[in-house]
Design a protein around this ligand. Sequence first.
Ligand code: NAP
Length: 263
Amino acid sequence: MDLGLEGRQAFVSGSTRGIGYAVARRLLVEGAAVTVNGRSRAGVDDAVRRLRAEVPGARVDGLAADFADPDPVEALLDSLGPVDILVNNVGIFGLEEFAAVPDDLWRTYFEVNVMSAVRLSRRLIGPMLERGWGRVVFVNSESGVNVPADMVPYGATKAASLAVANGLAKLTRGTAVTVNTVLGGPTWSDGVAAAVEHVAGQSGVPVEAMRETIAAGNPTSLLGRFIEPDEIASLVGYLASPLASATNGAALRADGGALTGIL
Ligand SMILES: NC(=O)c1ccc[n+]([C@@H]2O[C@H](COP(=O)([O-])OP(=O)(O)OC[C@H]3O[C@@H](n4cnc5c(N)ncnc54)[C@H](OP(=O)(O)O)[C@@H]3O)[C@@H](O)[C@H]2O)c1
């Protein structure tokens, strides 16, 4: 299937690793030009190098900015050219004991998980509307709909991000710009792998055994295993494409069936 992305310019926040990297690679394979992002120049340069090696002829560059800090984000926005496809992917997550989370950490969750997309969308959606075509895709989580007790800051900020996407879509009425959300489920991204490896190292359990135990212990997942980043990227790639022209304001699941409701 040709997604028709040849010649489109994309920006993917938080894309040196994990789901964002898989999304960047998918868009490059489909012929889009992609700007990747991470916190450090070295991390971004390394991601650009790897993507060029994996996708011959890839038109990829990168911009470093830490979305926890508004100043470098403003600088990033000033150096971005026109963007046809914005993928609001960057997000932080972690197990947190609710009573022990200080205000500063709550603020960081809001900066990275909510304000990143607000700042990018605020700058980029107007020009998309003027040019008459655009795609904004939010990489969200089933945790934004069903907030885990041990990840309240994560789930709460993902719920806020869902609300931002819902409202933004309404600004596109009657145009060829769309705003959609992908609700991912437990995914074996670099970040999740590092967290599991850390716990496995502390407890002496082999990583593979721990990975299987965690996947099998998810009470609702129909998939029964971790999702691969490429499986999330497939849905993002489709939503970013002209083929998804009648899908707008939607929150679509790539959660392995973890959410149990009908819709
Ligand atoms: N993994 C899951 O199970 C899962 C499930 C559902 C939804 N999601 C969502 O998917 C998205 C990506 O998650 P992931 O698991 O792929 O993450 P990941 O493997 O930890 O990768 C995070 C990426 O974001 C970058 N990053 C982190 N903090 C940043 C910041 N403050 N500013 C700029 N870049 C930053 C990292 O780059 P540097 O290290 O180079 O800065 C890296 O490229 C998140 O929105 C997450 O909520 C994940």
